[in-house]
Design a protein around this ligand. Structure first.
Ligand SMILES: [Fe+2]
Length: 380
């Protein structure tokens, strides 16, 4: 038999509707949801009829337990103050926009389900087999994976909560983190993910399915609800902008944003800040320009990575080699695309000029003339 299993819906009725259609079109006989029905999106109540009308079997997530009880926070397990600030804003919104009937229904849901399907022992949980809000990341050590798999002992364990899908055979147990429907998987695409599981006389296999849905409608709904633009940006770009602090280094390295701005040095204008920082060097853009502008008496650094090409300097900075002194025009593609983050609002005019030179007669070739025109327009 074929079953479809989705994770956190996060108040995204558009993705849930697409899940039902896609899973049914692929032949899924039963549909399951591993919980976290609310949060993130603006329409928590719109999720409920979709669950009921489409006969989706639901496991309660930490969010559902909290909303059902009327708790004062979501119990998401974040530790960063900024994460908690966003999470609190979202939780307050969801609590205020969830009908008491829906909330009451959530209290009737079990926090895990165990069943035999087509000869397979299947265990459905929300976070992990250890706890409702335990993050079961793919990058956990083999011991940590084994600990969670052995706690269950089932042939198949299905989980969600972390937001990132993966599958892994752990001993005798196939573990599938089915991902979430509510927001993209920090992979730069707008699709969300769910799992199709084939069960056949004790044999089990799983496929992670990217799901296209009407993300424009979800984004518009969130804006209309007055939710933070940082959340909407994730729906529109596929990159996580919040709640990154709990993401382990491996998973974080796959996304666009590895650090919060608040974690970066501020100002970047004092002796102490400069002394702690690895400076990427280039004879084309000496650091003295910056030091002088900031009133520092430092001498030009003479150790550390050095490049004779500004593109390489910017690539080195975006790869984590250190801090680069970037011209706003030359580095626009890196800054606009988010690969480089500006550390200071101060800007220092460069004393160094660029010249474009040509041999006499070169501009009679139209392509040379067009190139010079383009260059002048781009840098003026
Ligand atoms: Fe959760």
């Amino acid at each position: 038999m074929l079953i479809a299993v989705c994770g956190g819906v996060y108040s995204n009725p558009y993705a849930l509707q697409a899940f039902v259609q896609d899973a049914r079109a692929r032949g899924a006989e039963q549909l399951y949801c591993l919980g976290d029905l609310g949060g993130y999106g603006a329409e928590p109540d719109a999720v409920w009829p979709l669950l009921l009308d489409n006969d989706i079997t639901v496991v309660a997530g930490n969010y559902d337990v909290a909303i059902g009880r009327g708790d004062t926070d979501c119990g998401c397990g974040y530790s960063d103050p900024r994460d908690n600030e966003f999470a609190q804003l979202m939780y307050d919104y969801t609590l205020a926009h969830t009908s008491r009937d829906f909330a009451q229904w959530m209290t009737t849901l079990p926090t895990e389900r165990r069943m035999t399907l087509a000869g397979t022992d299947v265990h459905m949980v929300h976070g992990s087999t250890l706890a409702l809000n335990d993050f079961w990341w793919e990058s956990l050590s083999e011991e940590q994976h084994a600990l969670r798999a052995q706690e269950s002992g089932a042939d198949l364990v299905l989980c969600t909560h972390s937001g990132l899908p993966w599958t892994k055979q752990v001993g005798q147990t196939l573990v599938v983190n089915v991902g979430v429907l509510g927001r993209p998987a920090n992979d730069g695409r707008t699709e969300v993910w769910y799992a199709l599981v084939e069960l056949d006389d004790g044999r089990v296999s799983a496929e992670l399915v990217p799901l296209a849905y009407d993300w424009q409608a979800q984004a518009a709904s969130m804006r209309a609800g007055g939710l933070p633009e940082a959340f909407v940006e994730t729906v529109e770009t596929g990159w996580w902008t919040t709640c990154l602090e709990i993401v382990p280094p491996y998973e974080r390295s796959l996304g666009r944003y590895q650090l919060y701005r608040s974690a970066l040095p501020t100002g970047f204008e004092t002796e102490a800040e400069m002394a702690q920082t690895r400076l990427i060097r280039s004879p084309l853009e000496p650091w003295n320009t910056w030091f002088t502008n900031c009133g520092l008496t430092r001498s030009e650094p003479y150790v550390g990575a050095q490049f004779n090409d500004m593109g390489l300097v910017y690539d080195a900075a975006s790869s984590g080699f250190g801090v680069a002194l970037v011209r706003l025009k030359l580095g626009a593609a890196w800054l606009d695309g988010g690969r480089l983050v500006r550390l200071s609002t101060r800007s220092a005019p460069s004393p160094h000029k660029h010249y474009v030179c040509w041999k006499p007669g070169a501009l009679e070739r139209w392509e040379c003339a067009a190139f010079v025109d383009w260059l002048k327009q781009s840098f003026h």
